[in-house]
Design a protein around this ligand. Structure first.
Ligand code: 4NP
Length: 160
């Protein structure tokens, strides 16, 4: 079988937005029977929460829609640029920050804004919910569900 198509979701802390995208995408990929063909991971541009579980509030809101967030936070590594076919960042600050891990910039064509895959949403970034209330976590889920649905179709069209 061909090498799996691999996607890395990236946010700032890797405890709210990107682990949600990882959990939702894994859910959809499993439902589609494509777990062996699509590899999914997430990381943060900052290493503050390295090794921690996702934010309790984010996990609770995700569980309310049937998604288990079971990843542990890690920081982006230079090597990710060699490993992942597609690196999807949640906001434009992530896009600026991730350049530090690929200073020569030759792999930046792999990096795109997550919201490019969420055409049914008005947002062009996934807003950081960390310092806000419940509605921010629900908004993350709304955007991520839409983006992951379209992302899966995009990847399916790339699989041979
Ligand atoms: P995330 O949210 O980037 O979606 O994981 C945040 C998590 C933690 C912090 C900021 C944003 N923080 O400042 O610790």
């Amino acid at each position: 079988m061909a090498r799996p198509f691999s996607v890395l979701f990236v946010c700032l802390g890797n405890i709210c937005r990107s682990p949600t995208a990882e959990g939702v995408m894994k859910h959809l990929v499993t439902q589609a029977g494509l777990s062996a063909q699509i590899h999914i991971d997430s990381a943060g541009t900052a290493g503050w929460h390295e090794g921690k579980r996702s934010d309790d509030r984010m996990r609770r809101h995700a569980a309310g829609r049937g998604y288990a967030l079971d990843s542990f936070a890690r920081q982006v590594r230079d090597h990710d640029f060699a490993t992942f076919d597609l690196i999807l960042v949640m906001d434009r600050q992530n896009l600026r920050d991730i350049r530090a891990f690929n200073p020569a910039g030759e792999q930046m064509h792999r990096v795109r804004l997550f919201c490019e895959f969420a055409p049914d949403r008005e947002e062009t970034e996934v807003p950081d919910p960390y310092y806000g209330g419940a509605e921010g976590f629900e908004q993350v889920l709304d955007i991520v569900e839409n983006g992951c649905k379209h992302l899966l179709r995009h990847i399916q069209s790339q699989l041979s």
